[in-house]
Design a protein around this ligand. Structure first.
Ligand code: BTN
Length: 244
């Protein structure tokens, strides 16, 4: 696979989108030591200090429907979870794509796509991992909510090794999805290591706050929830938090 490595970038997702628009190469990876304009979900910014974390994006050109992008997000979450697990840290996956440790966020995934209604041109899967950050490396306003592998482990992690493991896992799980049309392995990882499944959660649906129980993740990558009347529904994206 081709890897583009940069000392500094505004955002690896932006760079990946630029590359994808020009040559569209499946599996190309963009990595930066530092991002000056790292982006998170919901228009948030993502703090990405130099050499303290893993800031990378993968370009993908799968022949899937745009609505299937949620599957790729689950594949990415599973690949990251497995990679971190292989270096000795047991984290949890908070659907749709956060990785948490002791209730605090260590990794986020930002999947962006380009395409028309029923044709996908490309996907960019951006992965941000707080690997070796200290508390003071985080912006003050997120200090209580974010953590790093180093803070929890009390030692630095080998970023190169972790990148290699995550990319290998991603390749394996993604091939399963694309060539065997099977997402079972990824969903199994996401369900078994979920921070939400089996818990009472609070979620924002169409601007309204609701309470429900998270019960499963579907093969489409949706969260399956049950409300207090016992009604079951599926949600494709959203902000979910554990109650209590
Ligand atoms: C989130 O909000 O949880 C998603 C965060 C995603 C951050 C990563 S870091 C590499 C890539 N480039 C970006 O600008 N964002 C993603």
């Amino acid at each position: 696979r081709e890897i583009f490595y940069f000392d500094t970038l505004d955002s690896t997702n932006l760079k990946a989108k630029e590359l994808a628009a020009n040559e569209q190469k499946e599996g190309t990876v963009v990595i930066a030591e530092e991002q000056t304009n790292g982006r998170g979900r919901l228009g948030r910014s993502w703090s990405s200090p130099k050499k303290k974390g893993i800031w990378m994006s993968i370009i993908l050109t799968p022949e899937i429907e745009p609505t299937d992008a949620a599957k790729v997000t689950q594949v990415a979450a599973a690949a990251v979870w497995k990679g971190i697990n292989e270096v000795g840290v047991k984290t949890q996956i908070k659907w749709p794509n956060d990785i948490v440790l002791n209730g605090k966020k260590v990794c986020g995934v930002l999947t962006e796509m380009s395409g028309e209604l029923n044709r996908l041109n490309y996907l960019v899967v951006g992965i941000g991992i707080n690997a070796n950050m200290s508390d003071e490396d985080f912006p003050e306003e997120i200090r209580g909510l974010a953590t790093s592998l180093k803070i929890e482990l009390n030692k630095e992690v080998e970023r190169k090794e972790l990148i290699g493991r995550i990319l290998n896992n991603f390749e394996e799980l993604y091939e399963e999805l694309i060539h065997n049309n099977s997402i079972d392995k990824s969903i199994k990882i996401c369900v078994e290591n979920s921070a939400l499944i089996g818990k009472d959660v609070r979620l924002i649906l169409k601007g309204k706050e609701e309470e429900a129980k998270a019960i499963d993740i579907s093969k489409e990558g949706e969260l399956i929830i049950q409300d207090k009347n016992g009604d079951i529904s599926k949600i494709i994206s959203g902000e979910v938090s554990v109650r209590g």
